[in-house]
Design a protein around this ligand. Structure first.
Ligand SMILES: *Cc1c(COP(=O)(O)O)cnc(C)c1O
Length: 392
């Protein structure tokens, strides 16, 4: 049997990621591969750092993309900052907080969990109690934008509180970066990681990270070597660090970095504040349409993420059948519920390039047709107009 080239059907990606990648970024990915130590490539790396500093709103020297997806950015933060025996307070209000706990434990640390109901923001009072109960804690970790539920936590307030108790802060900004307000320097976040495939709308496979001086100092003064060779920042910095010799560490994913560079250039052209505002505005339009259909949001209005909308599945509707029909008949992907919310919600992403009026109308119309076709009790024929009314 001869296998021929793989040519995926173009889809509209409105799930929890990856999000739609623009033709401009796809074109950048197809540019000629050059050596990862080529002087042209090295100049591109310097620009990459500046562009990421722009996106994170930071001046941190230690800002670069880890050569692996968001999960590797998470692991980079924990592997470098947590030493055996260190106590880390992990706030969990969804799937990704659970992964943070797993990271702490595998680094030999002790995870103290602060648990909140899924769909709620992290409770600041509960974190304060945990900090009082654990004066020996070294780090506080939380997820800014919980993609599993669509809830946003107050990263500024949580960081300020952790600092009052002299803890370092690790923030998961995989879904928040470029989608909602995030100010690494103003808020004093010590270590942060993100991903390329959510609101940056580049392909998956890279994880922008940033560490401030305080975090860099802690890493420099480690008593034990970082257990992971690949993620050990003291080694990675020989390649990515400022003034570094660009010594070979691993072969950088050259073309994928072209894609990220282009997506960050696009972000800079739009202006990051404008990107935040666009996500907020589009969310209100989607929300009007979703509510007109008769579906509900599971997250309280004040804590809702614009870029990830978790909505209830109407009674008696077959979750998987609806998603399959959307994919097969409309080439539209929306997300299923994860963990505790599996089978209970759909997660509709409005991320980056895909966060636009056309996608919203397309999705509302498809949902309306599919649900009506299955005999679900929804209000048919009103959703698109309700959304459009918010966009004029
Ligand atoms: C997607 C996501 C991750 C993991 O990113 P990958 O690129 O899938 O490894 C981590 N945290 C949050 C909040 C996410 O949404």
């Amino acid at each position: 049997m001869t296998i021929s080239s793989f040519k995926p059907t173009p889809r509209t990606l409105m799930g929890p990621g990856p999000s739609d990648v623009s033709p401009r970024v796809l074109e950048a990915l197809a540019r000629p591969t050059i050596g990862h130590l080529d002087s042209e490539f090295v100049s591109m790396m310097d620009e990459m750092k500046q562009l990421l500093q722009y996106a994170f709103k930071t001046k941190n020297e230690l800002t670069f993309p880890v050569s692996a997806p968001g999960s590797a950015g998470m692991e980079t933060c924990f592997a470098n900052l947590v030493e055996p025996g260190d106590k880390v307070i992990v706030c969990q209000n969804g799937v990704f907080g659970g992964r943070m706990k797993e990271n702490v434990t595998r680094c030999g640390g002790i995870a103290v969990m602060v648990e909140d109901e899924w769909g709620k923001a992290v409770d600041i009072a509960k974190l304060e109690q945990a900090l009082k109960d654990n004066p020996d804690a070294k780090i506080v970790a939380f997820v800014h934008a919980e993609t599993s539920t669509g809830a946003q936590s107050d990263a500024k307030a949580l960081t300020a509180l952790a600092h009052q108790y002299d803890c370092l802060v690790i923030v998961d900004a995989v879904t928040s970066l470029a989608g909602t307000e995030l100010r690494v320097d103003d808020w004093g976040i010590d270590a942060i990681y993100s991903g390329t495939q959510k609101c940056l709308s580049a392909p998956p496979g890279l994880s922008p990270v940033s560490f401030n001086e305080r975090a860099a100092e802690v890493i420099k003064n480690r008593k034990t070597p970082v257990q992971s060779w690949f993620l050990d920042l003291s080694l990675v910095m020989g390649y990515w660090g400022s003034g570094a010799k660009r010594a070979y560490h691993h072969t950088a994913p050259v073309n994928n970095l072209y894609g990220l560079h282009e997506s960050l250039v696009v972000l800079q052209e739009e202006g990051i504040e404008n990107s935040w505002a666009r996500h907020a505005k589009m969310h209100l339009a989607l929300r009007a349409g979703i509510e007109a259909l008769g579906l509900e949001f599971i997250v309280d209005e004040a804590d809702r993420l614009p870029q990830l909308n978790a909505v209830t599945i109407p009674d008696g509707v077959d979750d998987a059948a609806v998603r399959a029909k959307l994919l097969n008949d409309y080439n539209l992907e929306i997300g299923a519920g994860l963990g505790a919310l599996a089978g209970k919600v759909w997660r509709i992403g409005l991320m980056g390039f895909g966060c636009n009026a056309k996608n919203i109308e397309y999705c509302l119309n498809a949902l309306d047709e599919v649900l009506t076709g299955m005999g679900a009790k929804i209000n048919s024929g009103v959703a698109v107009d309700a959304a459009k009314a918010k966009l004029t």
